[in-house]
Design a protein around this ligand. Sequence first.
Ligand SMILES: NC(=O)c1ccc[n+]([C@@H]2O[C@H](COP(=O)([O-])OP(=O)(O)OC[C@H]3O[C@@H](n4cnc5c(N)ncnc54)[C@H](OP(=O)(O)O)[C@@H]3O)[C@@H](O)[C@H]2O)c1
Length: 261
Amino acid sequence: MSGDVISLGQGVDQFTVGDRVLSLTTSYGAYAEKIVLPANVIHKIPESMSYETGAALLAATGTAHHGLRQRGQLKAGETLVVLGAAGGTGIAAVQLGKAIGAKVIAACSTEEKLAFAKAQGADEGINYTKQNLKQTIKELTDGQGADVVYDPVGGDAFDACSRSMAWNGRLLVVGFASGRIPELPVNLTLVKGYSVVGVFWGTFTIKQPAEHAANMRELFQWFEDGKVAPVIDAEFALKDGIQAIKKVTGRNVMGKVVIKP
Ligand SMILES: NC(=O)c1ccc[n+]([C@@H]2O[C@H](COP(=O)([O-])OP(=O)(O)OC[C@H]3O[C@@H](n4cnc5c(N)ncnc54)[C@H](OP(=O)(O)O)[C@@H]3O)[C@@H](O)[C@H]2O)c1
């Protein structure tokens, strides 16, 4: 969520009334006109960032950033495969992968989504409803496999990627939008010498606040440098929030939807 600080609790001196801020609100809910938040989960929005962009930024881009930086250890020159690449966190991973200097392969379910991911910087695209994901990753990586896979989808796409990893690769478990939590024959990790790495950004922000704060500084800098920018597919009034949720669950969103009170 994003908005203005309208009042402060006792002892809060790092903000002033009127500050433009954004925050994660997993425990409190952001479908509201006003919200009470602990000061340590709030960040001031850069001058050049709109409220809409601020609201769209944190969960999706923060997750992708933490996933690729701390968990994936993605390096310039490596190959990154992003599943669900046109979704909220997927398109953020595409942008961040390019910002880090990786070769980015976007994998999505439609040609429209692939075109969108390429317009956001992806070097290659795979339509996993038409193309064999495992085979195409192999072809696009000269038989080496992916150094890092960013997976918010799970299910069949995870299964294919678990057989498409490069030596020393990192398969990032981000989410299960497909509805199926996959199971892994662990011999695959031995044979290919790769790691399966869980990504849980919300808990990271609580358990590693200093690293989270450093991540936010880097993300805001990259936003100001034009390297990352949340893409807003649609905006809905608060009274139409149910339509926003239906659009997301209907697999129809490219980027993020924003609800405005
Ligand atoms: N671990 C964390 O810290 C963390 C943080 C944020 C989000 N998440 C999780 O990551 C997942 C993705 O989040 P998101 O914000 O990127 O969601 P999103 O915008 O809805 O994107 C998810 C993508 O998954 C793909 N998908 C495949 N099967 C689907 C289905 N049956 N229904 C809906 N989408 C389907 C879609 O791409 P195609 O149509 O191209 O397949 C869609 O674009 C969610 O499960 C979310 O809970 C985890």
